[in-house]
Design a protein around this ligand. Structure first.
Ligand code: AGP
Length: 605
């Protein structure tokens, strides 16, 4: 993943680099570094750990310089230590890199044979050494183009040069890169969010582009070295707070923000007067759609799975779901009458972007459901449906998951109504029920204290299982993902009906098993599956909406959620699972907002 930043200015840049790196930490946080041109020399400082640590190093020993690059790392090649941290510098050039150089081993072997010595285990150092060699004969721009020609894989690069102290060079292939414009200062960054506190004027590099950025101008070149112009976008003035307020961390703040984020999103898509769902810009008339393909990764993929149940229930369409990293390499038969929907909070997930790009090349209709409207996926798809959740900072996705499901549900209803799969009365009733969702979530959040007690009871367990049927199955998957991600406790999500085909062997005395059982058509079946687990010693946490009814004496804990339209249970049943993973992680003293080994935006495949 990794985040990169570059600044050319008429004043010292290191503080602004540090501040931008803090914003980029969602892309990686296992090491950080920066390089400036100080008194004519490349001045590199880096360390394993967070940007805060780098800031302390700079506090004791400041880096002066009006030109610099910075990096936060999510390790791909080599452990997170100081040597492998970026920038990777020689005497004359310094490089920060986001992405993966796929032929780095091959290039490294050749360079070693010719006598080059590598200090790190990274793929990036290959670029530094190649550039250092090429700069003996070429000017920086040509040295960069010749080096890029030798690289395979995906990357965004920021480069500074000892002998050319007026500019930073940026290059993009596969990984996103933006530039920002200001007075006597210009910027390079992995995304516009990192640059937002410094400027709202942004351009985006396309694949193959290179830019040369000095304090008072930015020049762009395409992959053929031709000079090009770029459109300048003005970023929206997003006033939504990115501070924790009175909350302990971002995750719990984001969980409690859900009634508001859902309300905001409903307002965006439902016409108050006509009680009508509006989707103006779909690239294909719902009446002409024959198939819908839903694609995403991780939590976003789980929202796609939930939507499959809704769409199959509400329409007569064929629905497929796919994990982006699988879709992109399969021999997929594309369908001109299908709508390909890409779901992503960040809009920068490399696999999802690649899957979208494949669809674009096949000329099929695409649509993205995203949170970050300036993102690469949003800009590349035929139509964008924002989830309006506001910035999500915690690595574990919570309010974005509910937002993704909400837009998918609204879309399911709209498609169903347009195709006359449901009648007007049903459609209007569903909208009225949907508008109750924010207050139902507020009600559900009141279960927190009870969930805290459950977390205390289970946090020392060795493993856990999450079971559900129908649309509660993807919610079980999501509950298990949240618990693994936040508390490092092993968790398996399973369709309850599959237990007897193998996983039942895992059940032993005291193993926590979370059973998600709304009073829907699967309820009795799920409860029978739960009894099979009880008979083998499983410790049951039952989440239901059976209004206080005792389902079984042998249930260790029962959480009763408010009654709702059954289509809405995926939203409500997700909330206690978010709270459970949060409190288990708190008991285990885990880093809630930045779980180990992860990053918020997964920009490598
Ligand atoms: C969610 O808690 C995860 N951190 C992760 O699975 C995430 O949903 C996935 O990486 C996809 O990210 P995106 O929504 O930004 O594309």
């Amino acid at each position: 993943m990794c985040g990169i930043i570059g600044i050319a200015s008429n004043k010292s840049v290191s503080i602004n680099i540090i501040n931008a790196l803090k914003k980029l930490e969602y892309r990686g946080y296992d090491s950080a570094g920066l390089a400036t041109i100080t008194k004519g020399e490349i001045n590199e400082k880096k360390c394993p750990g967070r940007v805060e640590k780098l800031e302390k190093i700079l506090f004791q020993n400041p880096s002066e310089g009006k030109l610099g690059i910075g990096h936060v790392r999510w390790a791909t090649h080599g452990v997170p230590n100081k040597v492998n941290a970026h920038p990777h510098s020689s005497e004359i050039v310094s490089v920060v890199h986001n992405g993966i150089i796929e032929n780095s081993d091959e290039l490294k072997k050749k360079l070693e044979i010719s006598g080059q010595i590598f200090k790190s285990q990274t793929d990036t150092e290959v670029i530094t050494i190649l550039l250092t060699e090429k700069l003996k004969k070429l000017d920086p721009l040509n040295a960069v183009f010749e080096t890029l020609d030798m690289l395979k894989g995906s990357f965004a690069l920021g480069i500074i040069f000892k002998n050319f102290q007026d500019f930073v060079i940026g290059a993009r292939r596969g990984s996103p890169l933006a530039v920002g414009y200001s007075n006597n200062e210009n910027y390079l960054g992995s995304d516009s969010y990192a640059l937002k506190s410094m400027t709202n004027k942004i351009s985006y590099l396309d694949d193959g582009d290179v830019c040369l950025l000095s304090k008072d101008q930015i020049k762009f070149y395409n992959s053929k070295k031709e000079k090009i112009n770029k459109e300048i976008f003005t970023l929206s003035d997003d006033k939504s707070s990115v501070s924790k307020g009175n909350y302990k961390n971002f995750m719990i703040k984001e969980i409690f923000e859900q009634p508001i984020s859902i309300k905001t999103c409903l307002k965006e898509y439902i016409d108050k007067i006509r009680e009508e769902i509006n989707f103006y810009n779909l690239p294909i008339n719902p009446k002409d759609i024959e198939k819908i393909v839903l694609i995403g990764c991780g939590t976003a993929y789980h929202s796609c799975l939930v939507a499959k149940y809704w769409l199959e229930e509400l329409t007569s369409l064929t629905i497929e779901t796919d994990i982006a990293s699988e879709f992109r390499y399969r021999k997929v038969r594309f369908d001109k009458k299908a709508l390909y929907i890409f779901v992503s909070q960040s809009g920068e997930t490399a696999d999802t972007y690649a899957a979208l790009d494949i669809c674009k090349k096949q000329n099929v209709k695409t649509c993205s459901i995203i949170n970050v409207v300036e993102s690469s996926i949003a800009r590349h798809s035929d139509c964008v449906l924002p989830i309006h959740a506001g910035p999500e900072i915690g690595v574990a996705s919570t309010k974005a998951f509910l937002g993704q499901m909400l837009v998918l549900y609204l879309l399911s209803l709209k498609i169903s109504e347009s195709r006359k799969d449901i009648d007007q009365i049903q459609y209007k009733r569903k909208i009225i029920d949907l508008k109750k969702l924010p207050s139902l979530i507020t009600e559900t959040l009141k279960e927190e204290e009870k969930i805290q007690l459950i977390a205390k009871d289970i946090y020392t367990s060795k493993g856990s299982m999450f079971l559900g049927r129908g649309s509660s199955f993807p919610i079980a998957l999501e509950g298990a993902l949240k618990l693994k991600e936040l508390s490092y406790l092993h968790a398996e999500g399973y369709p309850a009906g599959e237990m007897k085909h193998g996983p039942l062997a895992l059940i032993e005395d005291g193993l926590p098993v979370v059973v998600i059982a709304p009073k829907d058509k699967y309820f009795e079946k799920t409860i029978s599956n739960m009894q099979e687990v009880i008979a083998r010693g499983g410790k049951i946490l039952l989440i239901t909406n059976s209004v206080g009814q005792v389902i079984s004496e042998n249930v260790r804990f029962q959480i009763d959620l408010p009654e709702s339209d059954l289509s809405l249970t995926p939203f409500l049943f997700s909330v206690p699972l978010q709270l459970l993973s949060y409190h288990v992680a708190l008991f285990k003293k885990c880093d809630i907002d930045k779980p180990r080994n992860l990053a918020k935006s997964v920009t490598v495949e």
